[in-house]
Design a protein around this ligand. Structure first.
Ligand code: PLP
Length: 388
């Protein structure tokens, strides 16, 4: 009897022991946790603000107009079905995507957010010894992906006007390079790679390099005359994977649904590493309904274009430098320590995004909101800059 108890205690103790670095993969010990834009409730808790204190979140590039009413209704109906596992193959959603993009369903893989598709790319393509190339600053997940796979990476600085330097990225590619990430538009700068630039880059790549065109902000691009549509390069048979998401213009960030588009052979390999039932029932229903709502994207585009002008004019008036954007956010240079301004804005109920001091010490990224939200951000920023 007593020996059994002793044994259990010993086991409990050994489970309580903290994970020693030597049992964890070295690649994991080096990872830095992702720091998301702060949720509204967390800000209220941290600053001791009253529960009804009005806070606006312009930190994560969500679409402040919210989801399509058709998507909300589809979720209501699908709610009754949630005792069943979701459709593992996303059959209907892939058919809807197939009609939407005019490509066969075999060209699509759906993920729990496009982040998960990036994970599939890592699991199916990256062996130790392979290398990854991406821009800096760009979406932080690219670096994390390379690190998780224990792969070397080259982070190629943007040009002084905050655009991808594709010739420099080409020069960073060697015989070990497997994946290249290009966010187009780029996050956090909102800049795009042009058709001419991309085609020069793609025309001269070693055959084993897969180029990921992350088009999370695709719907917001206004410079259609020079913007390269990723899908065109998939059709032409390039080693390109296009990423799209329902998190931004479709305003379904809370559901986690995104997808990859590539030639079917490549999609087949990504499918091999996809866990079962990765896309939930509500996400599938809402995504299908959103694709069928012809007003969702135009409405987002219209409000965004107006907000872009509004913020641009305000920054001009305040003599603040900002990066012309093709997305639903703007990167603005406050001309002094931005982490301080970020905190002061937060105290005034406005959550935006600041960055690692090593990268963009004086810049803030603000999501473009409604006219009223933008106005509140601008008045708060004026106040903070005048105080300092
Ligand atoms: C927001 C964002 C995504 C979308 O991620 P999800 O996982 O689909 O929500 C992907 N790439 C970039 C560059 C983004 O900014």
């Amino acid at each position: 009897m007593s020996t059994v108890v002793e044994l259990q205690e010993q086991q409990n103790q050994s489970q309580k022991r903290p994970a020693a670095p030597d049992i964890v993969k070295a690649s994991v010990t080096r990872l830095q946790p992702y720091v998301p834009g702060k949720p509204i409730e967390e800000v209220k808790r941290e600053l001791g603000l009253a529960p009804d204190f009005p806070i606006i979140k312009l930190a994560s590039n969500e679409n402040v107009l919210g989801p399509s009413p058709l998507a909300v209704e589809a979720m209501r109906q699908a709610a009754e079905e949630t005792w069943l596992y979701p459709d593992d193959t996303c059959f209907e959603l892939k058919n809807a995507l197939s009609r939407f993009w005019d490509l066969s369903p075999e060209h699509f893989i759906v993920g729990n957010g496009s982040d998960e598709v990036i994970h599939f790319l890592m699991l199916s393509l990256l062996d130790r010894g392979d290398e990854v190339v991406f821009a800096q600053p760009s979406f932080v997940q690219y670096k994390a992906t390379a690190m998780m796979a224990d792969c070397a990476y080259t982070a190629v600085p943007l040009t002084p006007d905050m655009r991808h330097d594709l010739p420099a990225m080409r020069a960073a590619i060697n015989e070990r390079t497997k994946l290249v990430f290009i966010a187009n538009p780029n996050n956090p700068t909102g800049t795009i790679v042009t058709r001419q630039e991309l085609e020069a880059f793609l025309s001269d790549l070693p055959p084993r390099v897969v180029v990921v065109l992350d088009q999370a902000y695709y719907e917001y691009v206004e410079a259609k005359d020079v913007y390269p549509e990723g899908i065109h390069y998939v059709r032409e048979g390039y080693n390109v994977v296009v990423l799209q998401t329902f998190s931004k213009a479709y305003a379904l960030a809370g559901l986690r649904c995104g997808y990859g588009i590539a030639r079917p052979e490549l999609i087949g390999y990504l499918q091999q590493v996809r866990g079962p039932f990765n896309v939930n029932t509500l996400a599938q229903a809402a995504a299908i309904a959103s694709l069928g709502d012809e007003q969702q994207v135009p409405r987002a585009q219209e409000v965004n274009a107006a907000g872009k002008r509004q913020l641009g004019q305000a920054f001009d008036a305040m003599k603040l430098h900002y990066v012309p954007t093709e997305a639903n956010f703007i990167l603005v240079d406050c001309g002094r320590d931005a982490s301080q301004i970020y905190l002061e804005l937060m105290k005034r109920g406005v959550i935006v995004r600041s960055f690692a001091p090593a990268q963009l010490p004086t810049w803030l990224r603000v999501t473009i909101g409604t006219e009223a939200m933008n106005q509140r951000f601008i008045s708060s920023l004026r106040e903070v800059l005048a105080d300092a």
